[in-house]
Design a protein around this ligand. Structure first.
Ligand code: NAD
Ligand code: ZN
Length: 360
């Protein structure tokens, strides 16, 4: 399946399917379009040992193919790694027709994308996401690295020439990474497509190895399409794109409170979404079946309670400081009904009372 992402200034395909790393059909088309002088694959240690050979031998049919393997993990989204990549590229003499390939999860995608955006003022790049979470970065054009003052603080909006989602690679994802990515899929369901929630429930209760490729392709397609529609309507994040922060106000606060790495991003967002459902119920005085959603998410292996080591007061302080909030009030995305997001300012005591109930 192929989905086109388009705006006034760019247009690129997202191919979703099995064994696409070695698909002559997909690569022939891209090579014809880009006429690369060479390829530069950027990947991480975990992904390299599984998929680098396969991709490299495919690409060598078309042009010289170099690669650099960075350490797996968030710490690679750093100035040091970024500079190492640039130095390598310059020493190899890569020119403006070199195509950078990001083979990996969101870390590699952000890092390689930013390298592509800035090397010689921009060379084309192709994203090959190998995690479920990275479906989130396949649309929106955000690339970047971290600074000691904050995550994703240095970066650029830069669009790939294509995204190739080979779902075969997802089979080797560790289970908690799988869940982390699923949380963002579930988010897209909550904010726009409640049918997606039903397909997720069916799929996540199946062990990863047994999930058939077709259902995961369909879930990815639908989830990416939700993000595509929102981003296309609001490319520079002025309004609607904020809906993508559903679950993230509380989620970011939990991540920061526990220390990054203690909990995956998606796991924190899942807790945040369950809190946001409860806040929505109180705020709009509606019944969204939040308790039954919590039970469903628990049965999918998610934790839905705020970890006991978090303090409601300091979570609130962190939420006030969240870069997506105004100074004193807490701005968060609530749901007047399922599939209908709304960005509202909520009184912080109101939220704090709900947080207290939600603490383990
Ligand atoms: P990640 O890239 O660190 O991947 C998670 C782990 O899985 C790593 O250890 C990786 O080596 C391993 N891995 C990757 N693919 C594998 C595979 N097929 N089999 C086995 N192991 C595999 O993390 P992630 O969760 O993919 O992405 C998180 C990053 O994405 C964060 O830095 C976040 O800021 C960024 N992000 C960016 C955007 C965007 O719009 N640009 C959106 C969401 C997240
Ligand atoms: Zn997220």
């Amino acid at each position: 399946q192929t989905l086109m992402v388009e705006s006034d200034t760019f247009r690129y395909p997202i191919h979703i399917g099995s064994n696409l790393l070695q698909s002559n059909q997909v690569w022939d088309g891209l090579v014809k379009q880009l006429s690369p002088s060479s390829f530069f694959i950027i990947t991480d240690t975990n992904v390299a040992k599984r998929y680098l050979d396969r991709l490299q031998s495919q690409l060598e049919q078309y042009a010289q193919t170099d690669y650099m393997v960075v350490e797996a993990g968030e710490a690679s989204k750093s100035f040091v790694t970024y500079e190492r990549l640039l130095t390598y590229a310059l020493k190899q003499g890569f020119d403006r027709s070199t195509v950078i390939i990001a083979l990996g999860g969101g870390v590699v995608g952000d890092l390689a994308g930013f390298t592509a955006a800035t090397y010689l003022r921009g060379v084309p790049y192709i994203q090959i996401p190998t995690t479920l979470l990275a479906h989130d970065s396949s649309v929106g054009g955000k690339t970047g690295i971290n600074h000691s003052e904050g995550k994703n603080m240095i970066g650029a909006f830069y669009q790939p020439a294509a995204v190739i989602y080979d779902v075969t690679t997802l089979k080797t994802l560790p289970e908690h990474e799988w869940r982390s990515g699923m949380a963002e899929v579930i988010k897209h369901g909550f904010i726009q497509n409640t049918k997606l929630l039903q397909s997720v429930k069916r799929t996540v209760s199946t062990p990863i190895g047994d999930i058939n490729a077709e259902s995961i392709e369909n879930i990815l397609y639908t989830s990416i399409d939700v993000k595509r529609q929102i981003v296309e309507r609001d490319e520079k994040e002025k309004g609607e794109r904020a809906f993508l922060n559903f679950g993230h106000t509380v989620g970011h606060a939990i991540e920061a409170e526990l220390g990054y790495g203690e909990i995956t991003h998606g796991e924190a967002v899942m807790i945040g979404m369950m809190v946001a459902l409860k806040v929505s119920e109180h705020y709009y005085e509606v019944d969204l079946a939040s308790n039954s959603w919590c039970e469903d998410m628990k049965s999918l292996g998610f934790s839905v309670r705020i970890p006991a080591s978090c303090d409601s007061r300091s979570l609130i302080e962190r939420m006030k400081r969240d870069k997506k909030s105004l100074q004193s009030d807490i701005r968060m995305v609530l749901l007047p009904s399922l599939g209908v997001p709304n960005l509202v300012k909520v009184d912080s005591t109101f939220i704090e009372n709900i947080l207290k109930e939600e603490l383990e």
